[in-house]
Design a protein around this ligand. Structure first.
Ligand code: NCD
Length: 310
């Protein structure tokens, strides 16, 4: 049977995404019931780029499902250092593992691996392109704080050009009912045309601005992001743009009382630590949702039935 992969959020229908979010919520309610469902299964986690949350949340997700984890977070210790292609690595590793998670600096690597692997492949971030499991994390966070993913004005602020979490989230949220976007960035870091083209095709409303102050009051969700230093060509440009937006307590005074502030993390300077104690700041809760939704994803891709729904 052909393996199912998650390379970008559109690989799953909204109905399937909602099913996964519901499964994640059931896992949160009763984690013990799921603690053995992946017994005997092995996840390979291949990180060709730095990671804290994504790697550890996948690893703990598999361990909490009773499975085991192999992999590397430093590709210089793998055969990549000898010149092996990612295609050959994918085929080889899929002989050992039941599911592969890969993060790579080059756009399209997860897709390439999925063509060669004999098991499901999950894209844990490919260059500045997509990061679908962060999107699932973000969606689970939203449904935990808002009644529905519907009728929301979502502000996305920071590095919209290189932020893969943003490209994934925006193209996915656009498929839900009545979502409007406010894209907040300096001119040099605007949302890529391919994302805007997709929204235009779907008839989804968005505005673009460089002012967080002017837009914050209209938002139900503010999604902050760091300037992606590693994807800049010039260090000078990075230094000029890195502190363009800093969310402070003062700015939060102008936000709605039920607005939530999200961030995929890591944070650099774009949210002052004084905001962390604001009940609307949910980014550290978001981290935990990431682990639960990845548990749901692993179960789904491995075709493991929910023991509570038999
Ligand atoms: C993000 C990533 O790697 O794209 N981090 C994450 O997975 N939570 C965001 C970032 O690095 O800015």
């Amino acid at each position: 049977m052909e393996s199912r992969h998650l390379l970008q959020p559109s690989d799953f229908s909204i109905a399937e995404i909602n099913d996964m979010l519901r499964l994640a919520k059931r896992i949160i309610q009763n984690p013990i019931a799921y603690s053995e469902v992946c017994k005997g299964k092995v996840l390979a986690s291949l990180f060709y780029e730095p990671s804290t949350r994504t790697k550890f949340s996948f690893d703990t997700a598999m361990l909490r499902l009773g499975g085991q984890v192999i992999g590397f977070s430093d590709p210089t210790t793998s055969s990549t250092a000898k010149g092996e292609t990612v295609a050959d690595s994918a085929l080889t590793i899929s002989k050992y593992a039941d599911i592969i998670v890969v993060r790579h600096p080059k756009e399209g690597t997860a897709r390439l691996m999925s063509k060669h692997a004999e098991c499901p492949v999950i894209n844990a971030g490919d260059g500045g392109h997509m990061h679908p499991t962060q999107t699932l994390t973000d969606l689970l966070t939203i449904v935990s704080y808002k009644p529905e993913i519907k009728d929301l004005t979502v502000g996305v602020c920071g590095d919209l050009k290189f932020g893969r979490t943003i490209h994934s989230l925006v193209t996915c949220l656009a498929r839900f009912e009545n979502i409007r976007f406010v894209f907040i960035s300096p001119d040099e870091l605007k949302m890529p045309v391919y994302v805007k083209d997709e929204l235009n095709k779907m008839g989804v409303e968005y505005t673009e601005t460089s002012s967080l102050d002017e837009s914050i009051g209209s938002l139900d969700i503010l999604y902050m992001s760091r300037v992606q230093r590693e994807r800049f060509i010039s260090e000078e440009d990075y230094l000029r743009l890195k502190d363009y937006f800093i969310l402070t307590k003062e700015k939060m005074k102008h936000a709605k009382e039920d607005m939530i502030v999200m961030h995929p993390l890591p944070r650099v300077n774009e949210i002052a630590t004084e905001v962390d104690s604001d009940p609307r700041a949910v980014y550290f809760h978001q981290v935990k949702y990431g682990m639960y939704v990845r548990m749901a994803l692993i179960m789904t891709l491995l075709g493991i039935k929910d023991p509570l729904c038999e």
